[in-house]
Design a protein around this ligand. Sequence first.
Ligand SMILES: [Zn+2]
Length: 263
Amino acid sequence: MAWLKLTKTGLYLMKSGSSCYVKKVDVSSSNQNLSELRLSVPLDWFSGRDIPGSMVIDLESDEPETCRISATPSGPIETPLSGKVIILDPGQGELQGGINDPGAVNGVLGRNERDEVRKQADIIKARLEKKGTVVKVVENNTDKSLTEIGSEGRGSDCFVSLHLTAFNRKVQGHQVFIHTQGTPTDEKLATLINQELAKVLPIKDAGVKRMGLGVLRGVPFPVPAVLTESFFIDSVQDTVTLDSWNELAANAIAEGIEQCFAT
Ligand SMILES: [Zn+2]
């Protein structure tokens, strides 16, 4: 939670939990003799849920010191996600014998897994980049093998393969996979993401499962790697629900990733 401090010379955005500041607006000398002080707080001091509905400003006589780590005037505020490298793999879409694989389909609605999880990747990327992460999306339309795709996780902080699934146009639910030999960190990431999916999707929670999936096998140890199946696309009844669930799922996955780095 951001907080502000006002002195004779400046308005300071303070680093939470410390006595140093990350940003400053100067109080100009022309302002100083006025009975009323007018200052503009730059909007980029706040992001997302940090934007306060109201503010309490501490009046101080002592000038605070600049924070050593985040002293860059235009730099983003440090978060547990700052600088983390996240690899997103929108599932399917690879070339198989020259044909681009659409993955699971809903023939009635004319929608497919490949296109929907690509939308998820864009939502997650935009959201996590705002928190200071570097997000790389593994491009589709190549003839890479599953293990080659997994190997793109090399050197990153986590790898998330985004999928939907299909079965018999009746069952519905969400599940998150880790590899058969998954680590405790894989399990932590999968559990956090699955919990967030359970909070927002009105469908069965099929839980976290282990499976010998090629894409997860390809991710080099110790990078945490999971594969999400947010819902069964073939059982979705209408496009409004499909769009809604897809967006809810993307945000839940992003939230789970954020929590994994924050805890
Ligand atoms: Zn898939």
